[in-house]
Design a protein around this ligand. Structure first.
Ligand SMILES: [Zn+2]
Length: 299
């Protein structure tokens, strides 16, 4: 955002949607360098938002710091698909994304992994992941337009997504219900709104993984999603870019953003937690880490 008129306009927008002072909003606005056009399109309805939020949450807790090619949640592009969403997955991560999202009972872990209630429609280069209990769905494709490969069961796993008759098991239904019950101070509306938008703006969040090809993401509980990185955008620059694209639209102003330090910010109270280390964690060893991550995918 180069000219001062745009910077002022964005500063006012940030000011009106957050409890930041105008001078802080202006400081953030000056750092918003990526402008992709209008705001991130919202999910069409609460069920769609809830499914997308759950997908973002599962991907963050599954991938942690083992991304390839700088795709933080395995996603390169996101766009509308009628009332629904289509995600273009990084081709090297696409198989793992499907493996992590599709629900399975893991006897070694002792519970369900993946997004409970998620089922598959279609084959080939476009696969539809849909909610068995409602209309929500997300279509996934690969960035190299190749064929999507559905996962097979690993030791100790029962693939719940293959159940086509009889609906959801008691355990799976219980997991679906738990996602819809607030834990602690979690505001479910804010959680679903913010996490769904995180999934819908990969070009912004992937900037955290761009310098080294990977970053770190994880969750503490069902109500948060943490992104940690070192080089590249500062926390304020990322916040400015996210706010410029409407990440906090219709989130209560007082909950929109809290800047804790130059290296840490919270969006939606503690729903999205952004932490940037103030020095590089890897320096010359980043390529060794990338090779190590690649080996993990190959095994
Ligand atoms: Zn670094």
């Amino acid at each position: 955002m180069s000219n001062s008129r745009n910077t002022n306009r964005l500063a006012k927008r940030i000011r009106s949607q957050t409890s930041l002072t105008l001078s802080t909003a202006s400081r953030l606005a000056r750092q918003a360098k990526v402008y992709l056009g209008s705001s991130v399109a919202n999910a069409a309805d609460p069920q769609q938002r809830r499914l997308e939020a759950h997908m973002a949450h599962v991907l963050a807790s599954s991938f942690q710091d083992r991304q390839l090619n700088g795709a933080l949640l395995g996603v390169r592009e996101a766009g509308p698909d009628g009332q629904r969403l289509v995600l273009t997955l990084d081709s090297d991560m696409a198989d793992e994304v499907l493996r992590e999202l599709l629900p399975r009972f893991d006897h070694i872990y002792g519970g369900i992994r993946g997004v409970p209630g998620l089922r598959v429609r279609g084959r080939g280069d476009r696969v539809v992941l849909h909610d068995a209990l409602g209309p929500a769905q997300v279509t996934v494709t690969r960035s190299d337009h190749g064929r999507m490969r559905l996962p097979s069961a690993r030791e100790g796993e029962v693939l719940l997504w293959k159940r086509t008759s009889g609906g959801l098991s008691h355990d799976e239904k219980q997991e679906v219900e738990e996602w819809a019950v607030p834990q602690g101070r979690t505001d479910l509306r804010v959680r679903d709104l913010l996490m769904s938008r995180i999934l819908r703006c990969p070009r912004l969040v992937n900037r955290t993984a761009e310098p080294h090809g990977f970053a770190n993401c994880y969750t503490h509980h069902s109500g948060d999603l943490v992104i940690e990185w070192c080089c590249g955008d500062t926390v304020e620059a990322l916040c400015a870019n996210l706010l410029a694209h409407g990440i906090a639209d219709s989130v209560p102003r007082e909950k929109a953003i809290e800047l804790l330090s130059p290296h840490s910010a919270h969006l939606g109270e503690r729903t999205v937690i952004l932490n940037r280390h103030n020095s590089c964690l890897y320096s010359n060893e980043a390529w060794d880490v990338v090779e190590y991550i690649k080996k993990g995918y190959a095994s």
